[in-house]
Design a protein around this ligand. Structure first.
Ligand code: NAD
Length: 319
């Protein structure tokens, strides 16, 4: 069986699939050519990350498609219910990238606390003494309170890192169930800390020095953080969004930055990917990365391995 891994697959994932007898094609096909390529090359499985979309039109145009696989969590780029109605297997790898996203967020929280993102841009051309003064008002993470909105796999992994750094963690989630967070400290030590999320976002916003958002794209497309929520936050709050574009209203965010209500924000995701608006990208108080939350070698190996094992488990015998 032929598999098109249109947004790439780790060497390990490819190797496992090829050893099981599958042919894995990694030559990227443009979105508008996808259906043609699938039909012309006799491809029966498409693997994607977040870049390629597999919507109803592609599904309808490819009657021999047997499986759509998403390397990662959010499946908002696939018409999952429609595909399943048509008898196509749809799989993803929900847990493989949690640690990788959590580490990116910690990197961003440290960066926006000291203006690292802006300093990196300006050191080559700027005046050293002026820049030294400009970045002299950094803040520290230890002892501060981090609010994690969306306390699922990634939110809990982030809590582990933040607690390990000496931050206080307040969680918000619809579920409200207590969660035991394991905090590996190194040198063989660990701690276990129970956190019960609040289900009332508005009641906690005023306590938070930092906020990180880890909810999925909302079913109705609405923002979880907009003008009303910014107004409830502590002045000078720092925020990270590595969830999905649109969970923060970008117009309201720019206003909150202008007024100083938000001191700085890190964005890994944007409303208009892959062409985010320029006034976000060139804003000195916004640290931007191009949707790389899951993009570590370790996470890509875990994703490739998990996809391969799911496919081999379901399809190898029929091959
Ligand atoms: P998850 O399903 O384990 O957790 C999401 C949690 O959010 C759930 O516990 C749910 O109850 C909660 N939730 C949903 N809407 C809420 C709301 N309005 N208010 C409060 N809680 C709410 O998902 P996860 O694995 O932690 O991933 C979270 C999201 O991160 C994914 O859906 C995806 O969009 C994003 N993500 C981004 C990257 C990246 O590269 N930046 C990588 C992986 C995942």
């Amino acid at each position: 069986m032929k598999i098109l891994a249109n947004d790439g697959i780790s060497d390990l994932g490819k190797q496992l699939l090829e050893e099981a007898g599958f042919t894995v094609i990694t030559d990227k096909v443009a979105q508008e050519e996808l259906a043609n390529a699938v039909n012309e090359q006799g491809i029966e499985m498409i693997l994607v990350r977040s870049a390629t979309t597999v919507r109803k039109e592609v599904i309808d145009a490819c009657p021999n498609l047997k499986l759509i696989g998403r390397g990662g969590v959010g499946m908002d780029n696939i018409d999952v219910a429609y595909a399943r109605e048509k008898g196509i297997t749809v799989i993803n790898t929900p847990a493989s990238s949690s640690q990788s996203v959590a580490e990116l967020v910690m990197g961003h929280l440290f960066a926006i606390s000291r203006g690292l993102h802006d300093s990196y841009k300006n050191m080559e051309t700027g005046d050293f003494s002026a820049l030294k003064k400009k970045y002299a008002k950094g803040v520290e993470l230890r002892g501060k309170t981090l609010g994690i909105i969306g306390f699922g796999r990634i939110g809990q992994s982030l809590a582990s890192y933040a607690l390990g750094c000496g931050m206080n963690v307040v969680a918000v989630d619809r579920t409200g169930n207590p969660v035991n967070i394991n905090v590996p400290i190194g040198n063989g030590h660990e701690a276990n800390i129970s956190i019960t999320p609040s289900n009332d976002l508005h009641s906690v916003l005023g306590q938070l020095d930092y906020i990180s958002i880890h909810v999925p794209k909302q079913a109705d497309g609405s923002a979880v953080i907009a003008a009303k929520e910014f107004a409830m936050m502590k002045k000078g709050v720092r925020i990270a969004n590595a969830a999905r574009g649109g969970v923060i209203n970008e117009d309201d965010l720019l206003e909150a930055l202008s007024s100083g209500q938000v001191a700085a924000i890190a964005l890994d995701v944007f409303e208009n990917e892959p062409n985010p608006r320029k006034d976000l990208l060139n804003h000195s108080a916004i640290a931007c990365t191009p949707h790389i939350g899951a993009a570590t070698l370790e996470a890509q190996d875990r994703i490739g391995e998990e996809l391969a094992s799911l496919i081999i488990g379901q399809f190898a015998v029929k091959n």
